[in-house]
Design a binder for this molecule. Structure first.
Ligand SMILES: [Zn+2]
Length: 268
């Protein structure tokens, strides 16, 4: 009897511990409806689903997209309520501080950076949480803010995708680590997280609403919205946060300032 009871317990434990797919970053509230048969089988299907069953392009095959240099700035969590089924875990995510939701801060920083980039001659897309399928740009920067119960938690971090088919993401990540720190004076956290490196928008193998594998991508956690120190920059002095992003874009060899390229006499 005890053995049966134990076996049952083990089954229950195994059931509870069954790995859940990482639906989205900041994914503490995985879709609660998943207890129903249909949604759990749907989720299992997603887990095994590979949208790129063929060979993923290699860094040697990388080419810049056609047209003018285009920079995508994603305002993390913005319009997350529009998330399709495959990204339903996005809907209730994001940190906040008092009345300020993370997406508002992310969007404001994206807008200020976009204005600076447009001034320099770049084409800019500001993207919401759900990005268009197979989205292509010269560079994609996801903008987020961290949160913690501990108001002393502070600092920014930058991560390239764990799987980077372009072979170029670590280059922009290194630049952004430097330029963002210089522009903001914030502390850089030495570690990145699993959810940053495996950010859903990077995961074209699993999600339809993800980047094209040849879009160079990076994710920036601009600072802690719950930290008074970090808020002085990301809430009160967003120009500095934006400048940190813009300086990295300008310095990256794939995305030099278009105005400079034109005025340097290549064509006029
Ligand atoms: Zn976020």
């Amino acid at each position: 009897m005890r053995a049966t009871g134990l076996a049952l317990l083990l089954i229950l434990a195994a059931d509870v511990r069954m790995p859940t797919p990482v639906v989205a970053q900041e994914n503490r509230s995985v879709d609660r409806r998943s207890t129903t048969e249909t949604s759990s089988s749907r989720r299992r299907r997603w887990r095994n689903y590979n949208r790129y069953p063929g060979p993923i392009p290699t860094p040697a095959e990388w080419r810049a997209p056609e047209g003018p240099v285009k920079i995508a700035l994603q305002a993390g969590h913005w319009r997350a309520h529009e998330a399709p089924g495959e990204l339903s875990g996005l809907k209730d995510n994001g940190t906040r501080w008092r009345e300020t939701a993370e997406w508002e801060v992310n969007l404001e920083i994206a807008q200020v950076a976009a204005a600076q980039l447009i001034e320099l001659g770049y084409e800019v897309d500001i993207l919401p949480a759900v990005i268009p399928p197979d989205y292509r740009a010269h560079l994609f920067v996801a903008i987020h803010a961290d949160g913690s119960d501990n108001p002393a938690a502070s600092g920014y971090r930058v991560a390239a995708p764990r799987r980077d088919a372009t072979g170029r993401a670590s280059g922009i990540a290194e630049l952004l680590r430097d330029t963002y720190g210089e522009a903001t004076g914030l502390r850089r956290l030495p570690t990145t997280t699993y959810r940053m490196q495996n950010y859903y928008a990077f995961n074209y193998r699993r999600y339809e609403h993800a980047l094209h594998p040849m879009t160079i991508a990076v994710i920036l956690e601009t600072g802690f919205l719950t930290s008074p120190t970090d808020r002085r920059v990301i809430v009160d002095e967003q120009e500095r946060a934006a400048l940190g992003i813009v300086e990295a874009v300008k310095a990256f060899h794939v995305t030099p300032p278009p105005a400079l390229a034109t005025s340097s006499g290549e064509r006029d």
